[in-house]
Design a protein around this ligand. Structure first.
Ligand SMILES: [Zn+2]
Length: 386
């Protein structure tokens, strides 16, 4: 086991050293713990214009190098999810160690290695191409793993009022599956949740004609929603899916018809759907089954999709050059901050390290991948801004 100490950096690459430095800062969401200061200082040294757009306790950095269009923006987050049970970690989650070519620590994969790779790639790129065309920008936040309200979402609102526009955005989230660069995301499904309350009339099970059982009322409607084929998806998206996540009714007594039923459901939807279309379908089904209900909606993200173009080509080329692989273009997985950037018209592609251990105990990243990712990010900058 190789413990990283302050005297070690000479033996480690700049990006690996920076990854360790960031992991040592316990930036559990929405804390930033000075990560943006560390990164911002390095940007300032190579001529970036740094602007902090903080909404305490959330820290945000908007940094720019160069001028005008096209604007290539790298995006990411400094916050991490909580460690979970400390006793299940083999080593301190905030004291990075290297063992068998892997670095262990909370945020190693999601996504402090990504941030370090972007930063070092930028230092290399701006040194070689101080007068590149367009603008190289960074949008970094400490609120991606939490409510995601005062982070990228708010910064994008601020930029829109100016107006500042992003043409191409590379999100450094861990997208790879088995090997670095095997999967990149070119879109994400949308996410729509509903909180359903079914109103019945409580009564004695022996006198059902005097009651109205909300379980019986809603069961056929839920069966129809659960078995429905919403769409077939398309070339880039899996079919839309509906899932009930919570269901409760009843007083606990075996002889009482409940007066109310509560259910929560979530729909992950493709670009074949819209929020309005989904809401109309669901209310039509509930109404047709004569359910008496109230329904609250939560839209946590609209689907987005970047059709093949200069950005996805540059990302594909960079991956091919350093790995020989052709990356799989995917839209699977959960949502990401790309959902707040894409609606402004930006092309968004996500490329980062292997995601096998993210959010788990003993989160880790292959240190060789960090350096390869630096080269990929630098190549993407060259392909689009030189
Ligand atoms: Zn992440």
């Amino acid at each position: 086991m190789f413990h990283l100490t302050m005297s070690d950096p000479t033996t480690l690459s700049p990006a690996v050293t920076l990854t360790a430095e960031l992991i040592r800062r316990p930036s559990v969401s929405p804390e930033d713990k000075g990560c943006l200061d560390v990164i911002g200082e390095r940007f300032a040294k190579v001529g970036f214009n740094n602007e902090r757009i903080d909404f305490p306790p959330v820290a945000n950095l908007w940094a720019k190098h160069g001028k005008g269009a096209p604007v290539l923006c790298f995006a990411g987050h400094t916050d991490v999810v909580p460690t979970g049970p400390r006793e299940e970690w083999q080593t301190d989650p905030f004291e990075p160690i290297i063992r068998d070519g892997m670095m262990y620590g909370r945020g190693a994969a999601d996504m402090k290695s990504g941030l370090a790779a972007m930063t070092v790639a930028t230092e290399r790129f701006t040194k070689k191409h101080p007068n590149h065309k367009g603008t190289l920008a960074f949008l970094l936040t400490s609120d991606e793993e939490g409510p995601s309200v005062d982070g990228t979402r708010r910064v994008m609102q601020v930029l829109e009022t100016r107006p500042e526009k992003i043409d191409w955005c590379v999100v450094g989230e861990p997208t790879s599956s088995d090997k670095l660069g095997d999967v990149v995301k070119i879109g994400r499904r949308g996410s729509l949740s509903g909180k359903l309350t079914v109103h019945g009339v409580q009564g004695h099970v022996a006198y059902p004609h005097l009651a109205d059982n909300p379980v019986h009322l809603v069961a056929p409607a839920l069966a129809e929603l659960a078995s429905r084929e919403w769409d077939k998806g398309n070339q880039y998206f899996q079919p839309t899916t509906f899932q009930v996540s919570n269901l409760s009714a009843g007083t606990g007594a075996p002889n009482v018809i409940p007066g109310e039923l509560k259910a929560r459901f979530n729909i992950r939807f493709s670009t074949e759907q819209t929020v309005e279309k989904l809401q109309a379908t669901i209310t039509e089904i509930l109404d047709r089954h004569k359910v008496n209900y109230t329904l609250e909606w939560f839209v946590s993200g609209l689907p987005f999709f970047t059709p093949p173009g200069p950005l996805s080509e540059a990302v594909q080329t960079a991956i091919k050059e350093f790995t020989g692989m052709t990356a799989d273009l995917s839209t699977t997985g959960g949502t990401s901050d790309g959902r707040f950037i894409a609606p402004t018209g930006a092309s968004v592609v996500e490329l980062g390290v292997i995601n096998a251990t993210i959010h788990k105990v003993n989160e880790s990243v292959r240190i060789a991948d960090i350096d390869t990712l630096v080269s990929m990010y630098e190549r993407i900058m060259e392909l689009l801004l030189v």
